[in-house]
Design a protein around this ligand. Structure first.
Ligand code: PEP
Ligand code: MG
Length: 329
């Protein structure tokens, strides 16, 4: 098995019909890098930076964050590292802000719909700017992209970009040699609003990453963390699929790179379906990479297209799940 994986690592993630697929890894901790490299990821598609913002410690400063990003970018040896800025969500963000003595607003009835992700960063731009400065410095070591979480409108991206440019200017004034072309600034598509207005968002975003975990939650009105409703929580719901398609079609039309990086990308059969939608880039937990690559190497584009066409015809989640489960290569 180990030997098989060693061989697989060096083989391309290519369909039998010849199309290349990009397989990236989601990372929550730097300790996952060896597994990612062993399993042949061509880069990091999503670095969740929350681990840096430890519950017990004060907010990390620019130098502290820089040291971590620089170490990871260097370990990636020229492969892309996509760093998502802090995505505190729901109760977690509010509780932590309080703990730090920062304004946190009132107690929200629905924290998942309140101050989270980019909204929270724009309300506390000092946190965003310190993180962007650290990432920009690390981008001198190797290729980096920056990802904004929980976007719902163009204004938010424009505001984030203003901070980004201000931070770059400030660093240059300090003598840090940042290139004129800043690293790409992309957005997560994880709300129905973002999926349905991708045509507008792409004018401000350099690349897109579909986060199917939150997109599923916000589309189906099912909490991703609740065990009471876990049977209802499935990204393989026609509504979620149609949103992904709408977003992907807008991305293709505007020639913006798009990647699927939620848990759905770790489901090899779902990946076949998404290839049928036109997606060519996936980011998943590193442990799932060999399984997905093996599947990809056994598929033809025709078989993916057929699965996708059938899938898009169904409006019934149970039927869709059955169709994908029964998909035989
Ligand atoms: C997602 O929402 O699908 C995602 C990739 O981000 P996270 O799981 O970190 O919320
Ligand atoms: Mg998310």
């Amino acid at each position: 098995e180990r030997k098989g994986i060693g061989r697989l690592r060096r083989l391309p993630a290519r369909l039998l019909s010849g199309e290349d697929i990009e397989l990236l890894a989601n990372v929550e901790l730097p300790a996952e890098l060896p597994l990612l490299l062993r399993n042949g990821a061509v880069g990091i598609g999503l670095l969740r930076s929350e681990f840096l913002f430890d519950e017990e410690l004060p907010l990390p400063d620019e130098d502290g964050q820089y040291a971590v990003y620089a170490g990871m970018v260097s370990d990636m040896e020229g492969r892309i590292t996509t760093i998502r800025v802090l995505d505190w969500g729901g109760e977690k963000g509010i509780a932590r802000l309080r703990q730090l003595g920062l304004p946190a607003g009132d107690e929200a009835e629905n924290p998942a719909m309140g101050m989270r992700g980019l909204r929270l960063l724009l309300a506390h731009p000092e946190i965003l700017e310190v993180q962007l400065a650290a990432i920009l410095r690390a981008s001198l070591i190797g290729p980096v992209r920056i990802l904004l979480p929980m976007v719902t409108s163009t204004n938010e991206i424009i505001a984030a970009r203003e901070h980004y440019e201000r931070v770059a200017k400030r660093l240059r004034r300090r003598g840090v040699k940042i290139s004129a072309d800043l690293p790409p600034l992309g957005i997560m598509i994880e709300t129905p609003a973002a999926a349905l207005t991708t045509d507008a968002l792409v004018r401000q975003a350099d690349f897109l990453a579909v986060g199917t975990n939150d997109l599923t939650m916000y589309t189906l009105a099912v909490d991703r963390a609740s065990s009471m409703t876990s049977e209802l929580y499935s990204p393989l719901h026609p509504a979620v699929l149609r949103l992904i398609r709408a977003s992907a079609d807008d991305a293709f039309r505007s020639h913006r790179p798009i990647c699927v990086c939620g848990e759905l990308a770790a489901d090899a059969r779902a990946v076949a379906l998404l290839i049928g939608l036109g997606i060519r880039s996936f980011s998943m937990n590193a442990a799932a990479l060999p399984r997905v690559k093996r599947m990809i190497r056994s598929l033809t584009l025709d078989s993916c297209d057929t699965l996708c066409r059938q899938a898009m015809l169904t409006s019934d989640p149970i039927e869709l799940q059955k169709l994908v489960r029964q998909f035989a290569v």
